[in-house]
Design a protein around this ligand. Structure first.
Ligand code: DGL
Length: 269
């Protein structure tokens, strides 16, 4: 019996907000006809301010609702905060392949010439034991400095929503790494929050040409392609759906802001 998903079974992308679009983009480049649903938990944003207990309960429950509603072939937690905290809970609760997003410390350790790596994430991500483990496993002979930057999440959301944001947030984030002992030597910065690649140009301009910014999005796209290899896909591309959890103070962005990411309609749950 053929257990391969129907061709139009979507891939579900999940983030607290619009950050996961930085993961959606390279995935669409690899799998251009794949149907997709992009889910943003606007009622829960920002995840970086939540406790581990809150996220360990919220993320599997919400993903469960989304999986029931959209019947995806695979779900991508396109959020470092949710992945580093809730991935095992999600995998235990749901019966489909789950791809997580983890800080790109391994490639950073391979790239650095100075031996000093910066990790920019949310406040929740940078304090996770998961990051200690990645550092111990892949960068034990390097200096790994971390900084939590909630201001960059706010700035990335504003930028994509076409609203103004404080450019000092970018400077503060880079200074948060550079001003630590040994921070001057940083030559690779891991963007350990999916919102931050949406500000890559702005961050690069402040960090300067001697610093490489890296993130895990291309690797996640390859992982999705690998896990779905041999499955059937539609013949032609079609617009995706964005779904937002309902929030009184944060309405979904205008469709025009999401259209460049291949999204053709917006729903709320
Ligand atoms: N985009 C998310 C991440 O990768 C989190 C942003 C937030 O909700 O604080 O960590």
């Amino acid at each position: 019996m053929d257990h391969s998903p129907e061709p139009d079974a979507p891939i579900l992308f999940f983030d607290s907000g619009l950050g996961g679009l930085s993961v959606l983009d390279p995935t669409r480049a690899l799998l251009p006809t794949a149907r997709f649903v992009y889910a943003a938990d606007y009622a829960g944003l920002p995840y970086g301010k939540k406790t581990n207990e809150e996220l360990a309960a919220r993320v599997p429950a919400l993903l469960g609702r989304l999986v029931e509603r959209y019947q995806p072939r695979l779900a991508v937690i396109a959020c470092n905060t949710a992945s580093t905290i809730a991935l095992p809970h999600v995998r235990a609760a749901l019966d489909l392949p789950i791809v997580g997003t983890v800080p790109a410390i391994k490639p950073a350790a391979e790239l650095t010439q100075t031996g000093a790596i910066g990790v920019l994430g949310t406040e929740a991500t940078v304090r996770q034991p998961y990051v200690d483990d990645l550092s111990a496993k892949f960068a034990s002979d390097k200096t790994v400095l971390r900084h939590g930057s909630p201001g960059l999440v706010t700035a990335a959301e504003a930028k994509l929503n076409g609203q103004p944001y404080d450019p000092a947030a970018i400077e503060r984030a880079i200074a948060g790494l550079r001003n630590q002992p040994g921070g001057d030597a940083i030559d690779v910065i891991v963007l350990a929050c999916t919102h931050f690649p949406l500000l890559a140009e702005e961050l690069q301009a402040v960090a300067g040409p001697g610093v490489r910014l890296i993130d895990g999005a291309a690797g996640i796209a390859r992982r999705i392609a690998y896990l779905t290899d041999g499955q059937r896909w539609p013949a032609d591309p079609a617009p995706g759906i964005a779904v937002f959890t309902r929030s009184d103070d944060r309405p979904p962005p205008p469709l025009a802001a999401l259209a460049p990411y291949g999204i053709g309609s917006i729903e709320t749950i």
